[in-house]
Write a protein that binds this ligand. Structure first.
Ligand SMILES: [Zn+2]
Length: 308
């Protein structure tokens, strides 16, 4: 009887195909690694708060705004416009504003995702000293965070390159649309900075809007590639980093120096660094904790575990 049951169990085991076993073992291992990482992140937050948070494009991908780089930290197809090219070439400005006009509805209608709301909850719980974002979409503020610095500026404002004229992006959008009825809003693929990824249009026919006061070129109040972050913003951020317990980077590959500099400064000040990013980062060798996962899933679990 005993032997028969043993044979049955053995036969049963043998009937289940090996790949399913391996998948089950893999999923169990993966879940246990993830929950151990979350436990480490909870301890990191408890040990080091208030934290200095640095966020990048990976925070906004779930809101429908793509990021610039792939998991290896290399450029995806979209390469952003360079500052000098924008200033020097009318055709670059025509191309920029045409694509920006078509992409703007997608940016202005984007809503925050779980990670934005989780960070707002962490701030309300007193766990955040300051949040510095490399994103230009305003989604942290929309989710309720108030201690936010837009390191690279914000898409909502546009300024004249030659005088003090400012205009809101929403108002400018109406002017751009009425000056360019030939550029019909169509189905578009969106780039990271609100840029519609379209190459097939004849941009030379696009009517750009210049400054009504001095006829200078208008530019979004963003730090373009090839342009420096204003020194006062960097020094404000650095002061907060000194007052924080540690650096927590979320959704950034840190490939651009404007973000990586905070890792350097944290190291020099002997502060711990944790990165939550889906893919490789420039600082991987210098981290105290790395969580190579989607930040929305990680931060949803973090605030649940903290009871926020
Ligand atoms: Zn002007």
């Amino acid at each position: 009887m005993y032997r028969a049951r043993e044979n049955f169990e053995i036969n049963n085991v043998c009937l289940i195909p090996a790949p399913f076993y391996l998948l089950f073992i893999y999923m169990t291992l993966e879940n246990s690694i993830r929950s151990s990482k979350i436990t480490q992140l909870v301890k990191f937050v408890e040990r080091n708060s208030p934290l200095f948070i640095l966020t990048g494009a990976g925070c906004s991908t779930a809101s429908g705004i793509p990021d610039y780089r792939d998991k290896q930290g290399d450029w995806k197809k979209h390469k952003p416009v360079q500052y000098q090219d924008f200033v020097d070439n009318e055709l670059t400005r025509q191309r920029y504003w045409a694509r920006s006009m078509l992409g703007w509805p997608h940016i202005s209608n984007a809503v925050p995702s779980e990670v934005h709301y989780a960070l707002a909850k962490l701030e309300q719980a007193g766990q955040i000293e300051y949040l510095v974002t490399q994103n230009v979409d305003g989604l942290h503020q929309q989710a309720g965070s108030s201690k936010v610095l837009d390191l690279h500026g914000n898409l909502e404002k546009v300024r004249c390159l030659d005088c003090a004229y400012y205009i809101s992006r929403d108002v400018l959008q109406k002017q751009l649309l009425s000056a360019n009825p030939q550029f019909e809003p169509t189905e578009i693929k969106l780039g990271p900075d609100g840029d519609a990824l379209i190459e097939t249009l004849d941009f030379s026919t696009y009517n750009i809007i210049n400054c009504p006061l001095c006829h200078g070129s208008l530019k979004p109040e963003l730090v373009f590639f090839g342009e420096s972050v204003p020194a006062h913003r960097v020094s404000l951020a650095m002061q907060h980093l000194q007052d924080a317990g540690a650096l927590l980077v979320i959704g950034s590959s840190l490939m651009v120096f404007s973000g990586y500099r905070f890792c350097r400064a944290a190291k020099l000040a002997d502060k711990e660094i944790c990165v939550v990013n889906n893919g490789k980062t420039r600082a991987d060798e210098e981290l105290d904790l790395k969580i190579d996962e989607d930040c929305n899933a990680v931060f949803t679990q973090l605030v649940e575990t903290l009871g926020l």
